[in-house]
Design a protein around this ligand. Structure first.
Ligand SMILES: *[C@@H]1O[C@H](CO)[C@@H](O)[C@H](O)[C@H]1NC(C)=O
Length: 414
């Protein structure tokens, strides 16, 4: 076509950031964002389609009425769909972290982000969204904006593991015709898998492998006394928040994208501060992309997801949500909530951890490996300074992490 050489010329001259969006993005084997402001604001379906990949939006209803959105990239650019059944691509269910969304596996762009790399490697990619985040803020009968009783927001990652994940598994199987699949979880996405596999082992058996990125479960080692101190107040926080009509945290709003573009962009005075706040001072993120990250993250969560992590730390137990003793008795038949039994996880497990990760401390990940026993294998990301946010945002996440994960997936394929 006539415009193609012109577009190519413009790209090689590196003068275009706004004009040559969709057309060049789809044709070039691009590894970078073509338009920062646009990528910060687009929703996942438009973002993926802009880069020339197919994107399907799926609605999955859980057993307790939450309406989840899963984003599916069924195949790579320029490939043809495959019919469901035995010859179909192997599904990979991908689950985001706390206050995150499916966008986190896409914002690095084609050639760099895990979502696209999985599609390029021949997988049927399912980027899930947990109840309560930007894409899954819906319920059959409860209203997330109702401030009186806040019934929509009475959940933690216990429900995400026990109810969201099984519903997603059944949906993926029904659509793809494949009974078994891989799982890639990041941070809270790993917590939710362990919850699912401990409470409902029949679902653990549906996975060919469990790739745990920055695993979060046991929290017995700490390097943050101030945070530990704060954890003592978790039950107070729960009570005060709920009686004041506050059950949701950091819902995604257009304002975040605006703030990001204003203060995190190249040339902005506050860019370094923004990098600290958003990426924990990562040394491996491309600062130019910070507004894109800020446009998609945070994506909202229930306050109880945070409180549940606080309980894990406070009580030194990886256990179910702690209510008052009476409620605990009614729910669990014991005064204290039962621990998640991680020895019930039968899925071949690979724990990928960062030596510079202050959120998922290496000592806690090694403890998880010991508790899980022989089926868990530890993999430290080679680069020593790799931190919690580098798992989704580092420029070299592909070389440091995603390529090794892809090799492990192939090894466990059927
Ligand atoms: C950072 O990202 C921008 C925008 O995608 C890109 O133009 C630039 O080349 C990247 N820098 C590096 C060092 O990769």
């Amino acid at each position: 076509m006539a415009w193609a050489p012109l577009a190519l010329l413009l790209v090689t001259a590196a003068t275009v950031t706004t004009a040559a969006t969709a057309a060049t993005a789809a044709t070039a084997g691009n590894r970078h964002s073509t338009n920062i402001a646009e990528d910060a604001r687009l929703n996942v379906p438009a973002l993926v389609r802009k880069y020339g990949y197919p994107l399907e939006e799926h609605t999955v209803v859980t057993s307790d009425g939450y309406v989840l959105t899963a984003h599916r990239i069924p195949h790579a650019r320029g490939e043809r769909p495959v019919l469901p059944g035995a010859g179909a691509r192997t599904p990979v269910l991908v689950m985001h972290g706390l206050m995150c969304s499916s966008a986190d596996f896409l914002v690095l762009g084609p050639g760099s982000a895990l979502g696209y790399l999985l599609a390029d490697a021949g997988y049927d990619v399912w980027l899930a969204n947990a109840r309560g985040n930007y894409y899954s803020r819906r319920h059959l009968s409860l209203d997330p904006d109702e401030r009186e009783r806040l019934d929509f927001w009475r959940f933690s990652w216990d429900e995400i593991g026990e109810r969201d994940l099984p519903a997603l598994v059944e949906h993926v199987s029904a659509i793809s015709g494949r009974r078994r699949m891989h799982y890639v979880g990041y941070s809270q996405g790993t917590t939710a898998f362990l919850v699912m596999a401990a409470l409902r082992p029949e679902y653990g058996a549906r996975f060919l492998s469990f790739q745990a990125l920055a695993p979060a479960a046991f929290n017995e080692y700490s390097d943050n006394p101030a945070r530990d101190e704060l954890m003592q107040y978790e039950s107070l926080l729960d009570a005060i928040a709920f009686s004041n009509g506050f059950g949701e945290v950091l819902r995604r709003r257009p304002l975040f994208a605006d703030l990001g573009l204003q203060h995190c962009a190249d040339g902005a005075e506050l860019q370094e501060l923004c990098a600290q706040a958003l990426t924990g001072g990562s040394q491996h993120v491309n600062r130019t992309l910070l507004p894109v990250f800020a446009g998609h993250n945070p994506a909202g969560a229930a306050l109880r997801q945070i409180i549940h992590y606080a309980q894990v730390q406070r009580f030194g137990r990886f256990a179910r949500y702690n209510f008052d003793p009476v409620t605990n008795m009614a729910r669990y038949g014991s005064l204290r909530p039962p621990e998640y039994d991680v020895t019930r996880v039968t899925t071949p497990t690979h724990l990928h951890y960062g030596l510079g990760d202050a959120n998922s401390l290496p000592a806690n990940v090694r403890l998880l490996a010991r508790r899980m026993g022989a089926r868990a294998v530890l993999h430290a990301v080679p680069r020593a300074s790799f931190n919690h946010f580098d798992f989704i945002w580092a420029s070299d996440a592909r070389a440091q992490l995603y390529e090794p994960v892809l090799a492990l997936l192939r090894r466990h394929d059927e």
